[in-house]
Ligand binder design. Sequence first.
Ligand SMILES: *Cc1c(COP(=O)(O)O)cnc(C)c1O
Length: 432
Amino acid sequence: MILHKTYDVNSVGHLTIGGIDSAELAKEFGTPSYFLDTDAVRDMCRMYKKAFAEYFGERSVPVYAGKALCYKGIYKLIAEEGLGADCVSPGELYTANAAGFPMDKVFFHGNNKTDADLELAISLGTGHIVVDGLDELSSLDRIAGEMGVKQHILLRITPGIDPHTHKKIVTGNVDSKFGMAIMTGQAFEFVKAALETKNLILDGFHCHVGSQIFDIEPFTEAADIMLAFVAKISAEYGYTAKMLNIGGGFGVRYTEDDPEIDYVKNIRDLGAEIDKMCALYGIEKPMILMEPGRSIVAAAGCTLYTCGTVKTVNGFRSYVSVDGGMPDNPRYTLYQSQYTILNASHADRTPDFECTIAGRCCESGDLLAEGISIAKPERGDIIATLVTGAYNYSMSSNYNRLPKPPIIEIACGEAKIAVKRETYEDIISHDI
Ligand SMILES: *Cc1c(COP(=O)(O)O)cnc(C)c1O
């Protein structure tokens, strides 16, 4: 096993993905390509479902945040596993609906939903619209009225937590484009306005503290603040929230340097804190929801490239160039995100060649990693980036007019195309 159970090395020294030789996969599907071990995705879904039912309450369901990885096949899988879905754009709503996803289990987010987005969400039968602010609240009330619909909503509340300092700080998340802040008092006005609408049914509140969070403290802090808010609203307005959605953000192990995460223990600790707080405030426990995205799909995904040029700039560094780059994985360019990258053709050899992995774009910043070590590759070797299941395909672009790679799903030792490779014809298909 390398990092996660999806990855191993076989007797000929090749990386295997979901039990299949990466050389065979590269040959059959070409490079660059994304691979997704859907058995591992299902395991994560089941782990969350079981842990939520056990520690948050029987009615609690995980809600998959589709922005991590969005295509029809993943919504079908998520539906089969019985999870809800979180959509953040009309395109994601459209994809979920096209996949036959039960739209009543969808939560629609976004800090700037247009009237057209709201109309689409209502017409598709979206279960909950998570209203972000006062402008949206009044527009949605009017549109729902025009469409003759009573729309269920949650309100996006900003608890004021910076997950990276684990402290409630005045700036940080209070100063956010998302939601209405408790600290400024605006969240209370927001609830009052929501209760006065004619066509909206307020079911509760939502918050989201951040992403790639390894500890449980930011979540317990968020839950404490939100439950105190629920209690205060109940006392002041006589309104009791039925649902509390505390967002996504569970971390994922990208490299050996990242800690191992015990998700079940984290959920158990959070569940215990929620029970304690509800008892303390004397409120009935709302239905607790969370929206994991990254942690459901990241570890199960992997990208294969073919090595092209290997060049050493004497006195400086060595570059290993691959046939993809920032268009299929912009996360190093954007955030210097660290990945485990290896020479999949020689996964059994000592990784002793220090290099920078470069993409193929005309852009010096188009890099996938710097200062890492892999087994010395030569032109034609297969290079793998592990743990690319989240925020790679979903953030991919056609920069330099490069076609997007396909997504190949691997289940029970069988590989099949779930999203086709784009062609040059696709690239020009919208050009008049
Ligand atoms: C991004 C996001 C998520 C998912 O976060 P992960 O870090 O991928 O788990 C969930 N809910 C909301 C509202 C988000 O914006």
